[in-house]
Design a protein around this ligand. Structure first.
Ligand code: GLN
Length: 197
C-alpha cells in the first residue's frame, strides 16, 4: 500500500492528535503552515480548534487562496469540527471577516448544539465506516444546516448532519482524532490513496 503524505494545517487547534491518527493509518503526516508546505502534500487535514482563529491565521500566513486553489484542483481534504466549518461553502452565523476555504456545498451553523450541551459524546453510525458505531466527541461543535445536491450525508445526530462527504472532501462535526478509533482517518487516507494511482 502506498504511503500518502498528508498535511495537517498547523495554525491552531488539535494538530498533534491528527498527526498520531494519520500515522496510525499508514500516512506520512506533515505540518502545513506555508504555501510551499501545502504544495508538497497529497491531502490535508484541517483540525478542530477555533474556526475564526484558523481563518484569521490562514489569511495572515497567505494560505487562504492557495488552500482554495488546491481544493478546487481536487486535493483531498478532511476537516473535523472547526475544520468542517473551514470546508463549508457557507457559514450561517459567521463572525465578521471570517472566511472559509469552502469546497463542500453545505451551510454550517457554528456552536449549534447549544450551551447546556456544548460538549458531549454520542455513538454514530457513519456510512463508509464498517465495524460498528463511531464514538463521536462533540466540543462546541457545528452542525450542518443544509446540504446541496453533491454533498452526501454520512451521519446524523438528532436529525442534523454531522458527517458529510463531497467527492474528495470529508467533514465531521465531531473529533475522531481524540478517541483512538482511527477508522475515519483510515477512510480519509483511502480517499488520498485513490488519487495517487
Ligand atoms: N466552536 C468552534 C468554532 O466555531 C469549533 C470547536 C471545535 O473545533 N472543537 O470554530
Amino acid at each position: 500500500m502506498s504511503t500518502p503524505t498528508v498535511g495537517v494545517l498547523a495554525l491552531q487547534g488539535d494538530v498533534r492528535e491528527h498527526f498520531a491518527a494519520l500515522s496510525a493509518v499508514g500516512a506520512q503526516a506533515r505540518a502545513v503552515r506555508r504555501p510551499e508546505e501545502l504544495a508538497e502534500v497529497d491531502g490535508l487535514v484541517i483540525p478542530g480548534g477555533e474556526s475564526t482563529t484558523i481563518s484569521k491565521l490562514a489569511i495572515a500566513f497567505g494560505l487562504l487562496e492557495p488552500l482554495r486553489e488546491r481544493v478546487r484542483a481536487g486535493m483531498p481534504a478532511y476537516g473535523s469540527c472547526a475544520g468542517m466549518i473551514m470546508l463549508a461553502d457557507k457559514i450561517l452565523d459567521p463572525r465578521s471577516e471570517q472566511e472559509t476555504v469552502g469546497g463542500i456545498d453545505m451551510i454550517v451553523r457554528r456552536n449549534a448544539f447549544g450551551r447546556q450541551n456544548e460538549s458531549f459524546e454520542a455513538a454514530l453510525e457513519v456510512a463508509g465506516v464498517d465495524g460498528g458505531p463511531v464514538e463521536g466527541v462533540f466540543i462546541r461543535a457545528p452542525w450542518v444546516e443544509s446540504t446541496g445536491a453533491r454533498a452526501q450525508v454520512l451521519a446524523t445526530y438528532d436529525g442534523h448532519p454531522v458527517a458529510v462527504r463531497q467527492d474528495r472532501l470529508l467533514a465531521t462535526s465531531f473529533h475522531p482524532e481524540l478517541t483512538g478509533d482511527h477508522r475515519v482517518h483510515a477512510l480519509f487516507a483511502g480517499m488520498v490513496r485513490t488519487t495517487l494511482g
